[in-house]
Write a protein that binds this ligand. Structure first.
Ligand SMILES: *[C@@H]1O[C@H](CO)[C@@H](O)[C@H](O)[C@H]1NC(C)=O
Ligand SMILES: *[C@@H]1O[C@H](CO)[C@@H](O)[C@H](O)[C@H]1NC(C)=O
Ligand SMILES: *[C@@H]1O[C@H](CO)[C@@H](O)[C@H](O)[C@H]1NC(C)=O
Ligand SMILES: *[C@@H]1O[C@H](CO)[C@@H](O)[C@H](O)[C@H]1NC(C)=O
Ligand SMILES: *[C@@H]1O[C@H](CO)[C@@H](O)[C@H](O)[C@H]1NC(C)=O
Ligand SMILES: [Cu+2]
Length: 679
């Protein structure tokens, strides 16, 4: 057994490397920008905007300029016929002498083809360099150092992190951030050691501390109990978990060609964006009945993660984070560890993005792909009614998972796309990491004097503050083509009519309604029994049903509880409904607006949707928000066990019958036998 396992491990740990030795454009129009391309962009832009001591010019976002969808589709559908891919371009957001510049660089002409100044409110994503530079600025700032000393603390043990300011009605918000200090003092769990009562504001354009205040409030939580490294924890330890390894004696079942993945009946492309992180596109499923791939998802990715904290006091009111729009969910991805972040049979892909000066940063293994088998059943039946026979057919539920992890500050988000041979795609998001906590004098809830402490005492002198996580996805579904509709089928209770001779008094039946405009497609989940289906009205099955994909919501479908006129909620009005449908528009990508930092809610999904456009028989986009209300509990300290939420899209009258009926059973030539150890 041991030898066999070792063999499998060696076989499957081959790491996928993107080859990019010479400059030819990547083969797929959605392939992420390469290091060579990022360097080229930097050179082209720096030629126009030379950087020097007199000229601050910073790259805040560099991504693919969304190519024209019709060109991409015609390229994709006639791939073997050598149709030219759409022009490859990059979209760059830069800060240039206190202004935000939007630049489009074209690769074939190696030129800037568009360059304009953004007017209107909101600021681009913060860079990692800005975070580091402002932390150093604070640590060198004399009044801050004096304050730390006056508090009896050692400056060398202070770590400074970044918080956004939010927007609270200021007419002309500047590009400012708040810095939050923490005190390690022997701990490595930074976020559990807040130094509270300081207001430190840095102006990012001037790169200087513009406001500093210390109210000398609040004790520090003790450092004990914050340790999470196994090497430093003391016994007793929990029961060991037996190593769980998936056996694949013939190797993995998926193939990676560039960034295109083929597995079982699925084919899709995966990419990486510094704001969204993992991007899935061109997901199609092979239909044996028609002997071809059928389109399901043109493009799907995270659009925003909104995390508002529920403590309105001076140190906390502004903590209303837009993780993807303000910090970059792709910018904060981590290198995945083989065997633990992803199982032993996983393959990995790297992620590249531009740093503040435009030079590429490569993070290895930011995405992984693996087959998952957790002992579940895909379908089964035992036929027991026929006298003298018993027939059983079972198929194990094997699926393919694509994963990334973004660690945005204290929280780690595990983002999974799981493809099933039955045609389902499950979007999953796991929350783990560290709570954002607040120090108090209390160690026991019995000591609380205030009416509200805004959270739960989770450890000595430590409150885990109440908050939400709203994870918004943008899914451009193309069910068998671009022209789709959104159908809401309500299940309604009926009294049995007198004319039917039956003792039954009631039953339920379906009431189908196609949403004609955006307003008719806004859904708060859990209010009604209804089926939500994206259909292609011009494609019907043999039995006359419109082909479609249904939305199945998961357990985490909370909606916001903040007042609608509260500033953070105005900026995050897109969380008000779990589901929105909009007509396709290639500039409507980020639910919180292109410029989420200090935004005023003018460029959000909720505002676009107010135009109440026609969404029937047209190219539509589905927006889905997974929502968690998080009342912290002691088990979340010092490290939170993963909490999973998500949703599923599932074929509904898309196939003529069960598409996995003819899936062959798995045959093992030799059943591995494991003899239990005697101990
Ligand atoms: C402050 O912390 C540094 C680094 O941890 C340590 O080397 C130094 O001795 C400390 N100073 C005092 C006064 O405790
Ligand atoms: C820092 O750690 C030392 C040694 O564990 C402890 O004596 C001291 O009280 C701690 N200081 C603070 C402010 O937590
Ligand atoms: C922290 O230290 C105090 C004093 O040594 C002890 O009473 C308490 O149980 C410790 N808490 C944890 C979580 O280890
Ligand atoms: C916390 O308060 C409860 C209720 O007053 C009390 O029974 C308990 O002993 C207290 N625990 C500690 C550790 O002080
Ligand atoms: C696309 O959306 C933007 C922003 O909502 C809007 O300004 C623009 O007019 C839209 N384009 C089309 C073709 O509808
Ligand atoms: Cu939480």
């Amino acid at each position: 057994m041991a030898q066999l396992l070792l063999f499998t491990i060696l076989l499957f740990s081959s790491v996928f490397v993107i080859s990019s030795s010479s400059f030819t454009p990547p083969p797929h129009p959605f392939d992420p920008l390469t290091e060579i391309e990022l360097n080229l962009i930097r050179n082209i832009i720096n030629e126009r905007y030379p950087v020097g001591p007199e000229h601050r010019f910073t790259f805040q976002y560099v991504g693919l300029n969304e190519p024209d969808k019709s060109l991409v589709l015609s390229w994709h559908s006639s791939r073997d016929h050598n149709v030219k891919p759409p022009p490859r371009q990059a979209f760059v957001i830069a800060r240039d002498k206190g202004k935000t510049r939007e630049i489009v660089v074209d690769f074939s002409s190696r030129a800037i083809v568009s360059d304009k100044i953004h007017v209107g409110n909101g600021y681009p994503m913060l860079t990692i360099d800005e975070q580091q530079a402002t932390s150093e600025l604070v640590l060198k700032f004399k009044p801050f150092r004096d304050s730390i000393r006056r508090r009896g603390l050692n400056v060398s043990e202070v770590v400074v992190t970044t918080s956004k300011m939010g927007w609270f009605g200021e007419p002309k918000p500047e590009r400012l951030i708040k810095k939050l200090p923490f005190y390690l003092n022997g701990s490595v769990n930074t976020y559990l050691r807040p130094i509270e009562g300081m207001t430190i504001i840095v102006n990012l354009d001037q790169m200087k501390v513009v406001e500093f205040k210390d109210r000398f409030t609040s004790p520090l939580p003790k450092a004990n109990g914050t340790e999470f490294r196994i090497s430093k924890l003391k016994p007793p330890f929990g029961p060991p978990l037996q190593s769980a390894i998936l056996l694949q004696p013939e190797g993995p079942g998926f193939k990676i060609d560039g960034h295109t993945v083929r597995w079982a009946n699925w084919e899709f492309h995966m990419s990486f964006d510094v704001r969204a992180g993992l991007v899935i596109s061109h997901a199609s499923i092979f239909d044996m009945d028609v002997n071809k791939y059928r389109q399901v998802l043109y493009k799907g990715h995270l659009s925003e993660i909104f995390v508002p904290y529920m403590d309105p006091s001076e140190d906390w009111y502004f903590r209303t984070f837009f993780d993807c729009g303000e910090f970059g969910c792709g910018q904060y991805v981590v290198s995945l560890e083989p065997y633990t972040d992803c199982p032993g049979n996983a393959a990995f892909m790297d992620g590249v993005f531009a740093s503040q000066d435009g030079t590429p940063i490569k993070i290895t293994n930011v995405m992984c792909i693996f087959e998952k088998y957790a002992g579940d059943i895909m379908w089964r039946h035992t036929e027991i009614e026929i006298p003298g026979f018993k027939i059983t057919e079972v198929r194990p539920d094997v699926s393919l998972v694509v994963r990334m992890v973004a660690t945005v500050g204290n929280y780690d988000y595990i983002v999974d796309y799981e493809f099933k041979p039955s045609g389902s795609i499950k979007m999953g998001v796991g929350l783990t990491g560290v709570l954002e906590v607040k120090p108090v004098e209390y160690v026991n809830t019995s000591e609380i004097k205030e009416a509200d402490i805004y959270g739960t005492i989770v450890a000595d002198n430590t409150i885990g503050v109440n908050h939400d996580h709203f994870v918004t996805y943008r899914l451009d579904l193309d069910i068998d083509g671009t022209d789709n509709s959104f159908v809401r089928t309500e299940l309604v209770t009926k009294r049995t009519p007198k004319s039917v001779n039956t003792p039954r008094k009631s039953y339920w039946t379906t009431k189908r309604k196609t949403a004609k405009t955006e307003a008719e497609a806004r859904v708060k989940l859990g209010l009604k029994a209804e089926e939500l289906v994206v259909v292609n009205p011009s494609r019907k099955t043999k039995h006359g049903n419109e082909v479609g994909y249904r939305l199945l919501h998961g357990p985490a479908s909370a909606g916001p509880l903040l007042a609608q006129d509260d500033y953070p909620q105005i900026r995050a009005a897109f969380t008000y409904y779990n589901v929105w449908i909009t007509p396709y528009n290639n500039t409507e990508v980020w639910a919180s607006g292109l410029y989420a930092d200090r935004s005023q809610g003018g460029d959000t999904l909720a505002v676009w949707s107010q135009r109440n456009r026609i969404i029937e028989k047209t190219d539509i986009v589905m927006w889905y928000t997974v929502g968690f209300h998080h009342v912290p509990c002691q088990e979340d300290f010092p490290m939170m066990p993963t909490l999973f939420g998500g949703f599923e899209i599932r074929p509904t009258n898309f196939f003529e019958q069960n598409p996995v009926l003819k899936t062959k059973p798995i045959k093992l030539n030799s059943t591995p036998t494991c003899t239990p150890k005697n101990d």
